[in-house]
Write a protein that binds this ligand. Structure first.
Ligand SMILES: C[S@@+](CC[C@H](N)C(=O)[O-])C[C@H]1O[C@@H](n2cnc3c(N)ncnc32)[C@H](O)[C@@H]1O
Length: 232
């Protein structure tokens, strides 16, 4: 599957990985990253796949019912930024519910504004941030940390759809202790297929379990609530 990409990166922009052997592995006609070497540039330095078998640019769209389930329990007072909007699977549900939504993505899928590396954004584009971020090579961690820093300046919330297993990890433990979510919503059923296509799924994808993790950085931490919600 080919995506229309904006502003293809020049090899010289990726000074972090100068070895010629590695450079040959790049697919410069398919990669679009900021000239600033963010975690994005590092994650996609070999091309659009962070690992063999992964979808290009980590495109695993969110089934609409997962966002509807979030909106059944969580409110957002003000505009929402979907900074990895893909084809708008989350953003469209938010808009249908009456929210003003700013939609951007690294890749141009024909929805929202493509060519925007969230990790290179200089300022928040809306009060709240709601997304299902890219996962591989530390991207989800970088998204969560950066989103929290932006939301701290707006007083808004951050809601991220995450693999629930990822919350229990020695590398992330200090982050969650330092930044306890306000609430975690465990979803009963949710499968994010690669490119939205079940036919492209690896055997493990249907076994993934997801939760919405919601932070309110402007509020003092007061314990994380854990709530079960349903996509049915
Ligand atoms: C798991 S998909 C989710 C798409 C969409 N949020 C949804 O829920 O349907 C991750 C998305 O992150 C985008 N992406 C990857 N790296 C990005 C970056 N650094 N900045 C913005 N978007 C990025 C991909 O193009 C892809 O659309």
């Amino acid at each position: 599957m080919r995506h229309r990409l904006i502003d293809p990166v020049k090899l010289t922009a990726l000074k972090a990985e100068p070895e010629p052997a590695r450079m040959r592995l790049l697919h410069p006609d398919e990669v679009r990253v900021s000239s600033i070497v963010t975690a994005t540039a590092k994650a996609f330095r070999f091309g659009p796949r962070v690992a063999p078998g992964r979808a290009p640019y980590e495109f695993y769209p969110t089934p609409p019912e997962a966002t509807r389930a979030l909106l059944s329990v969580e409110s957002f007072d003000g505009a929402i930024w979907e900074p990895a909007c893909g084809e708008g699977h989350i953003a469209k549900v938010l808009e249908t519910a009456g929210h003003a939504v700013v939609s951007t993505d690294l890749v141009d899928y024909g929805f929202g504004e493509g060519g925007r590396d969230f990790l290179a954004e200089k300022a928040p584009l809306a009060r709240h941030i709601v997304t299902n971020p890219p996962y591989g090579r530390g991207l989800a961690d970088a998204f969560a940390k950066y989103a929290l820093s932006l939301a701290a300046t707006t007083g808004g919330k951050v809601a991220m759809l995450l693999n629930i297993t990822s919350l229990c990890h020695p590398r992330r433990h200090p982050f969650y202790v330092a930044h306890p979510p306000t609430v975690i919503y465990a979803l009963d059923e949710c499968i994010c297929w690669p490119n939205g296509d079940p036919a492209q799924a690896t055997p493990t994808i249907a076994n993934q379990r997801y939760c919405w993790v919601v932070w309110t950085p402007s509020l003092p931490p007061s314990g994380t609530r854990f709530v079960w919600i349903s996509t049915r």
